[in-house]
Design a protein around this ligand. Sequence first.
Ligand code: PLP
Length: 411
Amino acid sequence: MHTRPIWAEISRSRLVANFEHLQGIAAANGAQVLAVVKADAYGHGATLCAPWLVQAGASWLGVTSVEEGVAVRQVCRNARILVMCGIWPGEEDALIDHNLVPTVWTARHVELLAAAARRRKLSAQSLPMHVELDTGMSRQGVGCAPQELEEFLALLRKCICEAPALDVEGVFTHFASPEMLDSPQNFDQAARFAAALETISAAGFRPAFIHAGNSSTLLGQQMLAPLAALARKYQARFLVRPGLALYGYALPFVGGAASAAHLLPNLQPVLCWKTRIAALRHVPAGTAVGYGATFIASQEMRLALLPVGYADGFNRRLSNCGSVQLRGQRAAILGRVSMDLTVIDVSNIPQATVGDEVILLGHAADGKLSDAEDSAVTAPVTAYDHAAWAETIPYEILCAISIRVARVGVE
Ligand SMILES: *Cc1c(COP(=O)(O)O)cnc(C)c1O
């Protein structure tokens, strides 16, 4: 039940427009999009967003876990669903029952799947897996040092021999610095990926899909054609995996001949986070606001109370520094953001009344998207603003919007 007025409107048309924009760039470079809906679609609600993306033409979706994959499967019967962050003992049956595709990179993953395939007497090649290669992030993936890779391939061969249901359907990697257009790391990683694919091919594996890259890779474009050519060399399809850009945001590009910023206006923020004014009061000069009395009114002021706090994912670092939008104007946050409450300054918005809709983040569905820079007083509040105030990245802002906030689909 969601009756407390704090909700996030998720726009179908904006999500689809972003997807189509990204799919267009991908197609022009010989790639297809794997739409990343992990972390509950970056806080947008995976069960809302995934079906919209599938209807718009996404054939592949990426989720964090088996648990998320099962939830997405309920609403997307036919999509391919890649579980991007590995599998855990006890998840094999759910993975198989819901036709999810596991990412594997350790012996333990492959052995778990082989045992499940044997136990369930699965038919040959009916359990596809995608192998992740660590080409330079020291995070997930099989290391690309020759010995480590050879050992993993030997293990794969042995497990496939014992459990022919297993199939290496995909091989992929992830880039560390794709928004840094001149970073040699991108080219180093791509070179390691190419060398590893050569080894994998020489070992007799024929993955149908090769994938690499995220939103920045796709928007920056420069890596796409070489990666697509690499996939073609092995008669595989090339996928690129945007997440953040689907939801209308992107990291700024660094370096490169020209800033790729001209690509960004084509993205439309999908989420608009709202609440309503709970109460209003006039206070005289000298009044303290909130925990620790970190704000003291220097003059008479009119305050509005919002029923939102850090338990909703409204970052406490916005205390005394962030703002919200109300009746088309910005209103500053006064004092500390509490767990469930936040106070704003409506001294300059005399029409403000109890029950007024307040935009915490995003662009109203009926608002223009392009007037963001018109005026600091009226500009929509973006996830970039929140990220700057909270000293983090838009990803974390969006993912942090808590489960207490209802996600409501709108056109
Ligand atoms: C999260 C993730 C992506 C998507 O990244 P964005 O920067 O949101 O586009 C792609 N691939 C992998 C492996 C990821 O973990």
